[in-house]
Write a protein that binds this ligand. Structure first.
Ligand SMILES: [Zn+2]
Length: 160
């Protein structure tokens, strides 16, 4: 729908994106650590409306995308780095998705590709404090919190 992705940027800020994303040094991606959409896109819920985190990032850093879709250059749907985003039409979005096989839903593990399956299991079964685990695995405390949260699957409540 035209204009449906328009966002009230006045209630969004850079820190919202920066505080809730994790920067991946080798790729430059900013991985959204807040709630996520089943297709792997980050999601922000405000005033009972939810918007995609990468769209919010574009609005904050680059301005209103108008009727264009915000697409990923880096092929990481959870990425909110404005430099990894570009604008395209609906058709370009569909073609891009098709090309990247993105019409299939990613598994939970694929969305957390920064850690191996074994590392995820280790973190989830560990009783160590968040800070210690975060430094052991070189990730932010947010990543640890998210992994533990997903285990009990209370994500839905935390989104609202
Ligand atoms: Zn990226």
């Amino acid at each position: 729908m035209p204009g449906s992705q328009r966002v009230r940027t006045n209630i969004l800020s850079r820190s919202l994106i920066e505080d809730r994303s994790e920067r991946i040094p080798f790729s430059g991606c900013w991985i959204w650590m807040g709630c996520s959409h089943p297709r792997g896109y980050g999601e922000i819920t405000m005033r009972q409306k939810s918007i995609m985190a990468h769209v919010a990032s574009w609005c904050i850093f680059k301005g209103d995308p108008g009727n264009f879709h915000v697409l990923h250059r880096c092929d990481v749907t959870a990425c909110v780095n404005p430099d990894h985003l570009f604008l395209g039409t609906h058709q370009e979005n569909m073609a891009d998705r098709e090309k990247k096989g993105r019409n299939k839903l990613p598994t939970r593990e694929q969305r957390f590709r920064i850690l191996s399956d074994d590392q995820v299991i280790q973190i989830r079964s560990s009783d160590l404090p968040i800070k210690i685990l975060a430094s052991q695995f070189s990730v932010s405390p947010w990543t640890i919190i998210n992994l533990r949260r997903k285990k009990s699957d209370k994500r839905k409540h935390l989104c609202q």
